[in-house]
Design a protein around this ligand. Structure first.
Ligand code: ATP
Ligand code: MG
Length: 378
């Protein structure tokens, strides 16, 4: 998307400008996000995004590329990935093909060599031809630095990469340069905007964190989530969408193995719109809860509390107890009286390693579970 008034390397005039441009590209950025992106564009620092699945980390990088008109380069990290997949490889096939095609020429070079050692020496002297830019296969890091066009470099799920690769990243991100011993050092003409994302499956090194602007993306507040649902034009009436957002937020308090993400709220809204739902009822919500709950245990747990999430004034029949409605006993504790509303869980988010368990630690939720079944006073 070409920029109107803005310079290509100064794409944003202000924090508000970031919000406006992102909104027009379909990404609802809160103030913190917009400020971080604005600072990134001014300071040329990488941004490290951490947070649970589906809160818009990857989408943020894609949107940044869209609104700045930069090309998006993506390095998807995985365990066991080695640096050749991140930096560059020598194009062995091409080298081989060229040596075949140039066989005669190579023959000429070594034709009058008196012995094998001399022939090898002459070939050696030609090495630089085959280890030149021409035979280099750049991977995303090098491409982002060497490429003619400015780029947004998305280093996705960096927590899945090994520490060795993290070291390579550090080197590259510190100076925005890559050294290829046979050729020399490439320095970025325009530093790429780098976005790293992490689901915190392991701790990243302090050195990496230090080089980045750090942003923790959590589930949005109700208003922003509603705004996101609205922006996706799901077709669900606004009042119903508002109710749905509250239900999803209630589900997130249950300590499920996999919390419903923003994209799942949007999917749920679309599902309900397709069914022509205009008002949420316990029944329709329960019938469609499988859109957002992907584990049987989570679904069973949620089914018991969904009626009270849809209508917080509703008293559940005594037989349903604290929630399951499927008639067998579990050993959930009730919330201790001094810890209503999952407060302890939220407080834990402010501690180091706070989001361990996004992928579901068994101990995660039973304490806050009771919160969703609380009745409104009176
Ligand atoms: N602020 C937002 N504005 C608009 N859409 C959003 C926003 N946040 C999330 N979404 C929607 O949620 C979807 C999921 O987001 P995304 O894939 O970026 O999540 P993620 O954080 O990268 O998750 P994961 O950790 O699983 O990779 C996006 O495709 C987008 O539709
Ligand atoms: Mg992602």
């Amino acid at each position: 998307m070409p920029q109107d008034s803005a310079q290509p390397d100064q794409p944003f005039d202000s924090v508000d400008d970031v919000s406006a441009k992102f909104a027009s590209a379909g990404y609802i950025a809160d103030r913190r996000v917009a400020t971080t992106i604005y600072l990134q564009s001014k300071l040329d620092k990488p941004v490290l995004l951490e947070g649970p699945a589906g809160v818009g980390k990857t989408e943020l990088a894609k949107t940044l590329a869209k609104v700045t008109g930069r090309r998006l380069l993506r390095l998807q990290c995985y365990e066991g990935q080695d640096e050749t997949k991140a930096l560059y490889e020598w194009d062995y096939g091409k080298q081989l093909l060229y040596t075949q095609l140039l066989r005669e020429k190579i023959g000429e070079v070594i034709a009058d060599a008196p012995d094998l050692a001399a022939a090898v020496e002459r070939i050696d002297a030609q090495d630089s031809v085959f280890f030149s830019d021409h035979f280099l296969a750049p991977r995303p890091l090098l491409e982002a630095i060497r490429g003619e066009e400015p780029a947004v470099l998305l280093i996705d799920e960096v927590d899945r990469a090994d520490e060795a690769l993290e070291a390579v990243l550090l080197e590259c991100l510190g100076e925005y340069q890559v050294s290829v011993p046979e050729i020399g050092t490439y320095v970025a003409k325009v530093p790429p905007y780098v976005i790293l994302t992490s689901n915190n499956t392991r701790d990243l090194s302090a050195a990496l964190k230090r080089r980045c602007l750090h942003l923790f993306l959590d589930y949005p507040d109700a208003e922003r989530e509603l705004e996101i649902v609205r922006s996706k034009k799901t077709g669900l009436p606004d009042a119903t969408a508002r109710q749905l957002v509250e239900v999803v937020r209630g589900l997130r308090e249950l300590g499920l193995r996999k919390n419903p993400s923003i994209s799942e709220t949007v999917d749920w809204a679309r599902t309900l719109a397709v069914l022509g739902v205009e008002e949420l009822t316990a029944e329709v919500v329960s019938d469609t809860a499988n859109v957002v709950l992907k584990y049987e245990r989570d679904l069973n747990r949620a089914l018991g509390v969904l009626p009270s999430l849809v209508d917080p004034n509703r008293e559940l029949p005594a037989s349903v107890g604290h929630g399951h409605g499927h008639g067998h006993g579990h050993d959930h504790e009730d919330p201790p009286p001094d810890e209503p509303d999952g407060r302890a869980k939220r407080a834990a988010k402010d501690k180091p390693g706070r989001h361990d368990g996004y992928y579901g630690s068994p101990s995660q939720g039973s304490r806050s579970f009771g919160s969703a079944t609380r009745r409104r006073p009176g």
